[in-house]
Unconditional design. Structure first.
Length: 104
């Protein structure tokens, strides 16, 4: 599974390569695979050095806030570092217990 965090375009050069910022980290990515124009200040999803999709700013900011909260919860020990699914398996297991189904 690939998890792409929204990245803000901070510069675009003459070769259609953008400098993007992702949670404080800058990197360069190609814009060649996006059919629509991309402008500085917009958000994209990237994969292996290519911007794959331009996304809505509101959605991007909401997603970034969720990622920050997950990271904070991991640092505080509320989510274990080995819980790749952010605890969803444990919640599903609890919901599938026989007594849980009877209560529902």
């Amino acid at each position: 599974m690939c998890l792409s965090i929204p990245s803000k375009v901070v510069a675009i050069d003459e070769d259609n390569v953008a400098t993007v910022e992702t949670l404080g980290v800058s990197r360069r990515v190609s814009l060649d695979l996006i059919a629509e124009p991309v402008a500085v200040g917009e958000y994209v999803l990237i994969h292996v050095g290519y911007a794959m999709e331009k996304i809505d700013t509101k959605f991007a900011l909401e997603s970034i806030e969720i990622y920050r909260q997950i990271a904070k919860d991991m640092q505080n020990g509320q989510i274990g570092a080995d819980e790749g699914d952010a605890g969803l398996s444990a919640m599903q297991a609890e919901a599938n217990k026989p007594d849980a189904k009877e209560k529902a």
